[in-house]
Ligand binder design. Structure first.
Ligand code: AMP
Ligand code: TRP
Length: 339
Protein backbone atom coordinates (compact mmCIF):
# COMPACT_ATOMS: atom_id res chain seq x y z
CA UNK A 1 0.00 0.00 0.00
CA UNK A 2 1.30 3.44 -0.88
CA UNK A 3 2.48 5.39 2.11
CA UNK A 4 0.34 8.42 2.90
CA UNK A 5 2.37 11.51 2.05
CA UNK A 6 3.42 13.64 5.02
CA UNK A 7 1.24 16.58 5.83
CA UNK A 8 2.48 19.91 4.56
CA UNK A 9 2.72 22.90 6.89
CA UNK A 10 3.44 26.48 5.87
CA UNK A 11 3.65 29.62 7.93
CA UNK A 12 5.22 33.04 7.66
CA UNK A 13 6.28 36.08 9.58
CA UNK A 14 6.64 39.66 8.32
CA UNK A 15 9.90 41.57 8.87
CA UNK A 16 8.14 44.77 9.91
CA UNK A 17 9.61 45.02 13.40
CA UNK A 18 11.52 43.11 16.04
CA UNK A 19 9.92 39.79 16.95
CA UNK A 20 7.71 39.89 20.02
CA UNK A 21 6.56 37.52 22.70
CA UNK A 22 3.23 37.48 20.81
CA UNK A 23 4.93 36.08 17.70
CA UNK A 24 6.72 33.51 19.80
CA UNK A 25 3.83 32.23 21.92
CA UNK A 26 1.22 32.63 19.17
CA UNK A 27 3.17 30.98 16.38
CA UNK A 28 6.90 30.33 16.47
CA UNK A 29 7.05 28.12 19.52
CA UNK A 30 4.76 25.53 17.96
CA UNK A 31 6.73 25.60 14.73
CA UNK A 32 9.80 24.75 16.75
CA UNK A 33 8.42 22.25 19.25
CA UNK A 34 5.87 20.38 17.16
CA UNK A 35 5.28 21.34 13.56
CA UNK A 36 8.79 20.81 12.16
CA UNK A 37 8.87 17.25 13.51
CA UNK A 38 5.39 16.04 12.66
CA UNK A 39 5.09 17.28 9.08
CA UNK A 40 6.96 18.55 6.06
CA UNK A 41 7.10 22.13 7.26
CA UNK A 42 8.10 25.33 5.47
CA UNK A 43 8.60 28.63 7.26
CA UNK A 44 9.20 31.90 5.51
CA UNK A 45 10.25 35.41 6.37
CA UNK A 46 7.65 37.04 4.16
CA UNK A 47 9.51 40.17 3.16
CA UNK A 48 7.21 41.15 0.27
CA UNK A 49 4.48 41.62 2.87
CA UNK A 50 6.65 44.18 4.66
CA UNK A 51 6.35 46.49 1.65
CA UNK A 52 2.60 46.95 2.07
CA UNK A 53 3.17 49.83 4.49
CA UNK A 54 5.70 52.69 4.49
CA UNK A 55 9.11 51.11 4.82
CA UNK A 56 12.79 51.86 4.99
CA UNK A 57 14.74 49.55 2.62
CA UNK A 58 17.78 49.17 4.89
CA UNK A 59 15.55 48.34 7.85
CA UNK A 60 13.56 45.70 5.98
CA UNK A 61 16.83 44.08 4.91
CA UNK A 62 18.16 44.12 8.47
CA UNK A 63 14.92 42.83 9.98
CA UNK A 64 14.69 40.04 7.42
CA UNK A 65 18.12 38.76 8.38
CA UNK A 66 17.34 39.20 12.05
CA UNK A 67 14.02 37.33 11.81
CA UNK A 68 15.69 34.39 10.07
CA UNK A 69 18.44 34.35 12.71
CA UNK A 70 15.89 34.46 15.52
CA UNK A 71 13.86 31.63 14.03
CA UNK A 72 16.98 29.46 13.99
CA UNK A 73 17.84 30.63 17.51
CA UNK A 74 14.33 29.71 18.63
CA UNK A 75 15.01 26.17 17.44
CA UNK A 76 13.95 25.76 13.82
CA UNK A 77 16.26 23.04 12.58
CA UNK A 78 17.16 23.04 8.87
CA UNK A 79 17.55 19.28 9.11
CA UNK A 80 13.82 19.07 9.86
CA UNK A 81 12.20 22.01 8.09
CA UNK A 82 12.67 24.47 5.25
CA UNK A 83 13.39 28.09 6.16
CA UNK A 84 13.56 30.71 3.42
CA UNK A 85 12.93 34.31 2.44
CA UNK A 86 9.76 34.83 0.41
CA UNK A 87 11.26 37.16 -2.22
CA UNK A 88 13.89 34.52 -3.06
CA UNK A 89 11.16 32.34 -4.52
CA UNK A 90 9.46 33.95 -7.54
CA UNK A 91 6.48 31.61 -7.41
CA UNK A 92 4.85 33.62 -4.60
CA UNK A 93 4.49 36.78 -6.68
CA UNK A 94 3.63 34.70 -9.74
CA UNK A 95 0.77 32.93 -8.03
CA UNK A 96 -0.37 36.06 -6.20
CA UNK A 97 -1.55 37.51 -9.52
CA UNK A 98 -3.77 34.49 -10.16
CA UNK A 99 -5.19 34.88 -6.67
CA UNK A 100 -6.02 38.52 -7.47
CA UNK A 101 -7.85 37.17 -10.51
CA UNK A 102 -9.76 34.74 -8.27
CA UNK A 103 -10.70 37.07 -5.41
CA UNK A 104 -13.18 39.92 -5.53
CA UNK A 105 -12.61 43.52 -4.55
CA UNK A 106 -15.35 43.33 -1.90
CA UNK A 107 -13.79 40.26 -0.31
CA UNK A 108 -10.48 42.07 0.14
CA UNK A 109 -12.09 45.18 1.58
CA UNK A 110 -13.85 43.13 4.25
CA UNK A 111 -10.56 42.05 5.86
CA UNK A 112 -10.37 43.37 9.41
CA UNK A 113 -6.63 44.05 9.21
CA UNK A 114 -7.13 46.12 6.07
CA UNK A 115 -9.82 48.19 7.74
CA UNK A 116 -7.75 48.70 10.88
CA UNK A 117 -4.57 49.60 9.03
CA UNK A 118 -6.23 51.96 6.55
CA UNK A 119 -7.85 53.78 9.47
CA UNK A 120 -4.43 54.14 11.13
CA UNK A 121 -2.52 55.22 8.02
CA UNK A 122 -5.18 57.67 6.92
CA UNK A 123 -4.92 59.22 10.36
CA UNK A 124 -1.42 60.28 9.48
CA UNK A 125 -2.59 61.89 6.26
CA UNK A 126 -0.69 59.43 4.04
CA UNK A 127 -2.07 57.39 1.20
CA UNK A 128 -2.50 53.67 1.62
CA UNK A 129 -0.55 51.34 -0.66
CA UNK A 130 -2.64 49.27 -3.06
CA UNK A 131 -0.67 46.22 -1.90
CA UNK A 132 -2.21 46.58 1.56
CA UNK A 133 -5.56 45.79 -0.05
CA UNK A 134 -4.24 42.90 -2.15
CA UNK A 135 -2.06 41.49 0.67
CA UNK A 136 -4.36 38.49 1.32
CA UNK A 137 -3.94 37.40 -2.32
CA UNK A 138 -0.19 37.17 -1.75
CA UNK A 139 -0.72 35.38 1.54
CA UNK A 140 -3.04 32.89 -0.18
CA UNK A 141 -0.35 32.35 -2.82
CA UNK A 142 2.25 31.71 -0.09
CA UNK A 143 0.09 28.98 1.35
CA UNK A 144 -1.40 27.43 -1.78
CA UNK A 145 1.86 27.21 -3.76
CA UNK A 146 2.97 24.39 -1.47
CA UNK A 147 -0.16 22.26 -1.28
CA UNK A 148 -0.35 23.23 2.39
CA UNK A 149 -2.65 21.30 4.72
CA UNK A 150 -2.10 23.31 7.90
CA UNK A 151 -1.20 26.91 8.66
CA UNK A 152 -0.08 27.42 12.28
CA UNK A 153 -0.82 31.08 13.10
CA UNK A 154 -2.04 33.33 15.88
CA UNK A 155 -5.70 34.25 16.12
CA UNK A 156 -5.33 37.50 14.16
CA UNK A 157 -4.67 35.52 10.97
CA UNK A 158 -7.83 33.40 11.05
CA UNK A 159 -9.72 35.58 8.61
CA UNK A 160 -6.87 35.55 6.08
CA UNK A 161 -6.65 31.76 6.18
CA UNK A 162 -10.43 31.50 5.77
CA UNK A 163 -10.15 33.67 2.68
CA UNK A 164 -7.35 31.43 1.40
CA UNK A 165 -9.67 28.43 1.76
CA UNK A 166 -12.41 30.21 -0.19
CA UNK A 167 -9.98 31.11 -2.97
CA UNK A 168 -8.64 27.55 -3.19
CA UNK A 169 -12.16 26.10 -3.40
CA UNK A 170 -13.26 28.66 -5.98
CA UNK A 171 -10.19 28.15 -8.13
CA UNK A 172 -10.52 24.36 -8.03
CA UNK A 173 -14.19 24.56 -8.92
CA UNK A 174 -13.58 26.83 -11.90
CA UNK A 175 -10.38 25.41 -13.31
CA UNK A 176 -9.84 21.94 -11.87
CA UNK A 177 -8.28 20.50 -8.72
CA UNK A 178 -4.95 22.31 -8.46
CA UNK A 179 -4.90 23.38 -4.80
CA UNK A 180 -5.15 21.68 -1.42
CA UNK A 181 -7.65 23.45 0.84
CA UNK A 182 -5.72 24.43 3.99
CA UNK A 183 -6.86 25.10 7.53
CA UNK A 184 -5.48 27.32 10.29
CA UNK A 185 -4.24 25.81 13.54
CA UNK A 186 -3.94 27.83 16.73
CA UNK A 187 -2.03 27.32 19.98
CA UNK A 188 -3.91 25.96 23.00
CA UNK A 189 -3.22 29.13 24.99
CA UNK A 190 -1.88 32.57 24.07
CA UNK A 191 -3.31 32.60 20.54
CA UNK A 192 -3.67 36.33 21.06
CA UNK A 193 -1.11 37.92 23.37
CA UNK A 194 -2.21 41.43 24.27
CA UNK A 195 -0.16 44.58 24.77
CA UNK A 196 0.90 44.77 28.42
CA UNK A 197 0.02 48.46 28.75
CA UNK A 198 -3.13 48.30 26.64
CA UNK A 199 -4.56 44.81 27.10
CA UNK A 200 -7.45 45.52 24.76
CA UNK A 201 -5.12 45.61 21.75
CA UNK A 202 -2.81 42.94 20.31
CA UNK A 203 0.89 42.95 21.16
CA UNK A 204 2.05 44.02 17.70
CA UNK A 205 5.63 44.35 16.53
CA UNK A 206 5.08 47.47 14.45
CA UNK A 207 3.37 49.56 17.14
CA UNK A 208 5.04 52.85 17.98
CA UNK A 209 4.45 52.69 21.75
CA UNK A 210 6.76 49.92 22.96
CA UNK A 211 6.43 49.89 26.76
CA UNK A 212 3.79 47.15 26.59
CA UNK A 213 5.66 44.96 24.12
CA UNK A 214 8.17 42.29 25.10
CA UNK A 215 10.71 41.76 22.32
CA UNK A 216 12.48 38.42 22.11
CA UNK A 217 15.85 40.15 22.38
CA UNK A 218 14.94 42.39 25.34
CA UNK A 219 17.44 42.11 28.21
CA UNK A 220 16.04 40.22 31.24
CA UNK A 221 15.75 43.38 33.35
CA UNK A 222 13.85 45.11 30.54
CA UNK A 223 11.47 42.16 30.34
CA UNK A 224 10.94 42.29 34.09
CA UNK A 225 10.29 46.01 34.07
CA UNK A 226 7.75 45.74 31.26
CA UNK A 227 5.87 42.89 32.92
CA UNK A 228 5.92 44.52 36.38
CA UNK A 229 4.44 47.69 34.83
CA UNK A 230 1.69 45.83 33.00
CA UNK A 231 -1.73 47.40 33.31
CA UNK A 232 -3.86 45.33 35.62
CA UNK A 233 -7.54 45.85 36.02
CA UNK A 234 -9.34 47.93 38.56
CA UNK A 235 -11.08 45.85 41.17
CA UNK A 236 -9.70 44.38 44.34
CA UNK A 237 -5.96 43.96 43.84
CA UNK A 238 -6.12 40.60 45.55
CA UNK A 239 -8.82 39.21 43.32
CA UNK A 240 -6.99 37.23 40.64
CA UNK A 241 -9.53 35.75 38.22
CA UNK A 242 -9.28 34.59 34.62
CA UNK A 243 -11.82 36.66 32.75
CA UNK A 244 -10.77 38.01 29.36
CA UNK A 245 -13.82 40.24 29.08
CA UNK A 246 -13.86 42.09 32.39
CA UNK A 247 -10.22 41.55 33.45
CA UNK A 248 -8.22 41.68 30.20
CA UNK A 249 -4.93 42.75 31.84
CA UNK A 250 -4.86 39.97 34.41
CA UNK A 251 -6.12 37.40 31.88
CA UNK A 252 -3.28 38.36 29.54
CA UNK A 253 -0.68 37.79 32.27
CA UNK A 254 -2.28 34.44 33.11
CA UNK A 255 -2.24 33.45 29.43
CA UNK A 256 1.44 34.35 29.16
CA UNK A 257 2.30 32.53 32.38
CA UNK A 258 0.33 29.47 31.26
CA UNK A 259 2.00 29.45 27.86
CA UNK A 260 5.48 29.70 29.43
CA UNK A 261 4.92 27.12 32.18
CA UNK A 262 2.53 24.71 30.48
CA UNK A 263 -0.36 25.30 32.92
CA UNK A 264 -3.97 26.36 32.50
CA UNK A 265 -4.75 30.06 32.95
CA UNK A 266 -7.93 29.41 34.95
CA UNK A 267 -6.21 26.98 37.31
CA UNK A 268 -3.14 29.20 37.75
CA UNK A 269 -5.35 32.11 38.82
CA UNK A 270 -6.42 30.23 41.94
CA UNK A 271 -2.82 30.18 43.17
CA UNK A 272 -2.56 33.98 43.44
CA UNK A 273 -3.86 36.43 45.95
CA UNK A 274 -2.12 39.52 44.57
CA UNK A 275 -1.37 41.07 41.20
CA UNK A 276 2.21 41.71 42.31
CA UNK A 277 2.95 38.02 42.83
CA UNK A 278 1.35 37.14 39.51
CA UNK A 279 3.47 39.74 37.72
CA UNK A 280 6.65 38.55 39.37
CA UNK A 281 6.08 34.90 38.43
CA UNK A 282 5.08 35.88 34.90
CA UNK A 283 8.21 38.00 34.50
CA UNK A 284 10.39 35.11 35.74
CA UNK A 285 8.66 32.65 33.41
CA UNK A 286 9.13 34.90 30.38
CA UNK A 287 12.79 35.54 31.19
CA UNK A 288 13.43 31.79 31.52
CA UNK A 289 11.55 31.04 28.29
CA UNK A 290 13.62 33.55 26.34
CA UNK A 291 17.00 32.79 27.92
CA UNK A 292 18.13 29.94 25.62
CA UNK A 293 16.89 31.79 22.58
CA UNK A 294 18.93 34.87 23.42
CA UNK A 295 22.03 32.77 23.97
CA UNK A 296 21.71 30.93 20.65
CA UNK A 297 20.98 34.20 18.87
CA UNK A 298 24.30 35.62 20.07
CA UNK A 299 26.14 32.56 18.74
CA UNK A 300 24.44 32.72 15.35
CA UNK A 301 25.14 36.43 14.97
CA UNK A 302 28.82 35.61 15.21
CA UNK A 303 28.43 33.34 12.18
CA UNK A 304 26.19 35.08 9.61
CA UNK A 305 27.44 32.75 6.86
CA UNK A 306 25.57 29.91 8.53
CA UNK A 307 22.24 31.73 8.36
CA UNK A 308 22.85 32.67 4.72
CA UNK A 309 23.60 29.07 3.81
CA UNK A 310 20.38 27.90 5.45
CA UNK A 311 18.36 30.51 3.55
CA UNK A 312 19.99 29.63 0.25
CA UNK A 313 19.25 25.92 0.62
CA UNK A 314 15.74 26.72 1.88
CA UNK A 315 14.90 28.87 -1.14
CA UNK A 316 16.18 26.19 -3.47
CA UNK A 317 13.94 23.53 -1.98
CA UNK A 318 10.96 25.89 -1.80
CA UNK A 319 11.36 26.76 -5.49
CA UNK A 320 11.40 23.11 -6.45
CA UNK A 321 8.26 22.43 -4.45
CA UNK A 322 6.29 25.45 -5.61
CA UNK A 323 7.16 25.51 -9.30
CA UNK A 324 5.09 22.55 -10.59
CA UNK A 325 1.94 23.63 -8.76
CA UNK A 326 2.18 27.23 -9.90
CA UNK A 327 2.85 26.04 -13.47
CA UNK A 328 -0.23 23.82 -13.23
CA UNK A 329 -2.30 26.79 -12.01
CA UNK A 330 -1.07 28.94 -14.92
CA UNK A 331 -1.99 26.22 -17.40
CA UNK A 332 -5.37 25.61 -15.74
CA UNK A 333 -6.52 29.23 -16.10
CA UNK A 334 -5.75 29.18 -19.82
CA UNK A 335 -2.29 30.69 -20.07
CA UNK A 336 -0.34 29.08 -22.90
CA UNK A 337 2.60 27.10 -21.50
CA UNK A 338 5.95 28.35 -22.84
CA UNK A 339 6.53 24.98 -24.57
P1 AMP B 1 3.34 38.94 12.06
O1 AMP B 1 4.18 39.57 13.10
O2 AMP B 1 2.07 39.73 11.86
O3 AMP B 1 4.04 38.62 10.81
O4 AMP B 1 2.87 37.56 12.67
C1 AMP B 1 3.61 36.36 12.63
C2 AMP B 1 2.85 35.30 13.41
O5 AMP B 1 2.76 35.67 14.79
C3 AMP B 1 1.42 35.12 12.93
O6 AMP B 1 1.10 33.74 13.00
C4 AMP B 1 0.61 35.89 13.93
O7 AMP B 1 -0.70 35.39 14.07
C5 AMP B 1 1.40 35.66 15.20
N1 AMP B 1 1.21 36.79 16.15
C6 AMP B 1 1.59 38.07 15.95
N2 AMP B 1 1.26 38.83 17.02
C7 AMP B 1 0.65 37.99 17.92
C8 AMP B 1 0.09 38.17 19.22
N3 AMP B 1 0.09 39.35 19.82
N4 AMP B 1 -0.44 37.08 19.83
C9 AMP B 1 -0.43 35.87 19.23
N5 AMP B 1 0.08 35.64 18.01
C10 AMP B 1 0.62 36.68 17.35
N1 TRP C 1 -0.13 37.72 7.23
C1 TRP C 1 0.70 37.08 8.22
C2 TRP C 1 0.84 38.01 9.43
O1 TRP C 1 0.65 39.19 9.33
C3 TRP C 1 2.06 36.73 7.69
C4 TRP C 1 1.94 35.78 6.56
C5 TRP C 1 2.13 36.06 5.23
C6 TRP C 1 1.59 34.41 6.64
N2 TRP C 1 1.95 34.94 4.49
C7 TRP C 1 1.62 33.91 5.32
C8 TRP C 1 1.28 33.56 7.71
C9 TRP C 1 1.31 32.58 5.04
C10 TRP C 1 0.96 32.23 7.41
C11 TRP C 1 0.98 31.74 6.10
O2 TRP C 1 1.16 37.53 10.45
Amino acid sequence: MAERPRRRIFSGLKPTGHLTLGNYLGAVRRWVEEDQYRADALFSVVDLHALTVEHDPARVRRLTRQAATLLLAAGLDPAHCTLFVQSHVDEHARLSYLMECTASDGEMRRMIQYKEKTARETDHGRGVRLSLLTYPALMAADILAYGTDEVPVGEDQTQHVELTRDLALRFNQRYGPVFTVPRATRPRVAARVMDLRDPTSKMGKSHAETSGIVYLLDEPDVVRRKVMRATTDSGAAGDVRYDRESRPGVANLLDILAACTGGEPGTLAAGYSSYGALKKDTADAVVETLRPLRARHALLCADPGQVEAVLRAGAERARELARPRVDAAYAAVGLLPPG
